[in-house]
Design a protein around this ligand. Structure first.
Ligand code: UDP
Ligand code: MG
Length: 143
């Protein structure tokens, strides 16, 4: 079922006390919260999560950023979740993000951009499984 995505409220937004407002925006856009937790990523876990970006110029800074404080991974459910959530957050660079999007409202720049969103159904499942397991994961992906 292509109706799940992984959101992360990143350390900048948590530190800026924007988590509440962001969760409200996500909920009001019709997403159901299936699982959520507060976690401070280790270097190893951040590197694993962003493995796809290893070797890129921004990789080391991205790992420093993502391990700089607690973040809030959230498993979301909605019809067309991946695409609709990426529309809600806006472009990676807030300067290019549409008005009213989460990144337009809360991101500082292309690096400190407040939130993560999965980019495909396949990656959504991988990323959700990165943070949630056991009974919690079974409730997100039953059967
Ligand atoms: N990032 C960065 N510089 C860049 C591109 C990306 O610091 O030039 C960071 C940014 O925090 C971004 C994350 O790396 O959200 C992952 O990049 P990706 O291209 O996957 O963007 P996203 O899928 O988050 O929009
Ligand atoms: Mg991405």
């Amino acid at each position: 079922m292509n109706d799940k995505t992984l959101a992360i409220i990143k350390p900048d937004a948590v530190n800026d006390k924007k988590a509440g407002e962001i969760i409200t925006m996500i909920s009001q856009a019709g997403f159901k919260i299936k699982a959520m937790r507060l976690v401070k990523l280790t270097k190893e876990s951040a590197e694993g999560f962003y493995e796809i970006h290893k070797g890129k110029a921004f990789f080391e800074e991205l790992i420093d950023y993502m391990t700089s404080g607690p973040c809030i991974p959230i498993a979301l459910e909605k019809e067309n979740a991946v695409e609709d959530y990426r529309k809600l957050i806006g472009a990676t660079d807030p300067a290019k993000a549409a008005e009213g999007t989460i990144r337009k409202l809360f991101a500082r720049n292309i690096q400190f951009n407040a939130v993560h969103g999965s980019d495909s159904d396949e990656n959504a499942k991988k990323e959700i499984s990165y943070f949630f397991s056991g009974k919690e994961l079974l409730e997100i992906y039953p059967g």
